[in-house]
Design a protein around this ligand. Sequence first.
Ligand SMILES: Nc1ncnc2c1ncn2[C@@H]1O[C@H](COP(=O)(O)OP(=O)(O)O)[C@@H](O)[C@H]1O
Ligand SMILES: [Mg+2]
Length: 266
Amino acid sequence: MESAFLVERLRTGVPGFDELVAGGIPRGFFVAVVGEPGTGKTVFSIHFAWQGYLEGDKVIYVTTEESRESIVRQAEVLGMRLSEALSSGRMIIIDALIRDRSDQWSLKEVTIDELIEKIIAAKRRLGYGRARLVVDSMSAFWLDKPAMARKYSYTFKRVLYKWGFTALLTSQYAITTASAFGWGLEHVADGIVRFRRRIRGGKLERLVLIEKMRHTPHSLYLHRVEIIDRKGMVIRGRVDMRAEDTALPPEVARKIKEHEREYFSG
Ligand SMILES: Nc1ncnc2c1ncn2[C@@H]1O[C@H](COP(=O)(O)OP(=O)(O)O)[C@@H](O)[C@H]1O
Ligand SMILES: [Mg+2]
């Protein structure tokens, strides 16, 4: 039997993360990185891209909510020299925010078809070799038609799968919109990494949970996440299980008790 530890895995470069997923993300996987704004999705994606550069991979990074310059600056304040990666010719950042017509690596329209076309053009430019892809975020492509999320995600994976990317695809939605329109990206994802936040003692705390990672005996626990100036993201210890994490909602608990009473008195 093949061990999960023999699968080729790509390191994310985030200290403490790869240990949670048996050494890294399996090659060829499409992983959804989800969470509310400010939880660390972009920082996590930048690490994955930078680690790819360090390991000699080809890297394509699509940015929709920030300009290319903003991504480069964010990386640099966390100690990752993305401008060096860009000038090496092994990394391309596709800017879908600025839409500068004179820039070859800028999307003119934010549509799934143009996204796919640009990614393929970038891959052709970068040439052969192990390749990483980041799309931050995918939700930008169905902003005005959230009901299309599932169909677009499926098309995206079906077309790009054969190009052999290992991909991180972020999704930025509030819990409420997700339940109203269903999960788009999660349906096609080989893995789901969920970032969360909470306030503890008046302080913002970030957390991460691996909700799904095919072929992998992954951690089932919430872990604390820190983002440190000039250093970047670090995964800290496990968050201890608390009663409210496992307790049934009061309404459900009440109904179960009622049924039990009926059953035993009858
Ligand atoms: N240099 C830094 N030092 C400390 N924290 C930083 C630094 N740069 C960014 N951060 C933290 O990272 C957060 C941004 O995370 P980001 O990955 O952009 O979130 P998301 O993409 O999920 O919206 C900021 O709100 C800030 O808390
Ligand atoms: Mg972001």
